[in-house]
Design a binder for this molecule. Structure first.
Ligand code: SAH
Ligand code: DHB
Ligand code: MG
Length: 224
């Protein structure tokens, strides 16, 4: 009673709570046709990002890790007419697919995709004074999560939300001796969250069509 049941329940949630959406389905189809890894957030998780960003009236959103633009579309749809989302992606192939999907979703005017390793593009956002962002979604390579969190804080204000994906990794994060740099990256991210007095944070384990993982949500509680 594990993956099969989790998928069945996700199917039920999708059928009952998420109306068919040709734009999002197109983005998934185009991503799979281009052989992108199928590691997007699930539909109900995408909608959670949307609900969160919308509930705080986010006008500026930063995403680290675009892939084919699936989560980008969910998030950008939460923006008002003059809102903006900047998304960072290292892979030119992923970026090409994402740009097409974002344009097909009618969101090209609100979304700016920056190609490059996020540890190179994040300092540029700071230098350009692109912050503060109201909502930041960290979802790129896991080994650099603590560094992404540092940059996210620099690009935040009091009241910003920092949402990070993949903080449970099948439970792998409990293995302190793991030789997996992704696991060690996530563990260092927890330490960074723990020792950062400017955030109020929690983490939640999740199961679903994408397996067993989790996310963390940090509210910036002090002036940056
Ligand atoms: N947020 C997407 C999934 C992102 S998957 C969604 O839910 O729809 C992680 C993405 O991060 C991949 O596209 C990968 O190419 C990208 N990535 C990996 N390392 C990166 C880096 N150093 N800088 C920027 N992007 C990176
Ligand atoms: C991986 C990355 C993700 O962002 C994700 O949601 C799942 C897996 C990965 O790199 O393995
Ligand atoms: Mg992820």
């Amino acid at each position: 009673m594990t993956q099969e049941l989790w998928t069945k329940v996700d199917d039920y949630i999708n059928e009952t709570l998420l109306p068919p959406d040709a734009t999002l389905e197109n983005a998934l189809r185009k991503s799979s046709q281009a052989d992108l890894p199928q590691i997007q957030v699930s539909p109900s998780q995408g909608k959670l990002l949307h609900v969160l960003a919308r509930s705080i009236g986010a006008r500026r959103i930063l995403e680290i890790g675009t892939l084919g633009g699936y989560s980008t579309i969910w998030l950008a749809r939460a923006l008002p007419a003059d809102g903006k989302l900047i998304t960072l992606e290292a892979s030119p192939k992923h970026a090409d697919v994402a740009r097409e999907n974002i344009a097909a979703a009618g969101l090209a005017g609100k979304v700016e995709l920056r190609l490059g390793a996020a540890l190179d593009t994040l300092p540029k956002l700071v230098a350009e004074k692109q912050g503060p962002f109201d909502f930041i979604f960290i979802d790129a390579d896991k080994k650099s999560m603590p560094e992404y969190f540092d940059w996210a804080l620099k690009l935040s204000r009091k009241g910003s939300l920092i949402f990070s994906d993949n903080v449970v990794r099948n439970g792998g994060i409990t293995d302190a001796t793991s030789g997996d740099p992704d696991i060690q990256g996530v563990r260092r991210f927890y330490e960074a969250l723990h020792s950062e007095p400017r955030v109020c944070v929690t983490a939640i384990q999740t199961v679903g069509s994408k397996g067993y993982d989790g996310y963390s949500l940090a509210l910036v509680t002090s002036e940056i």
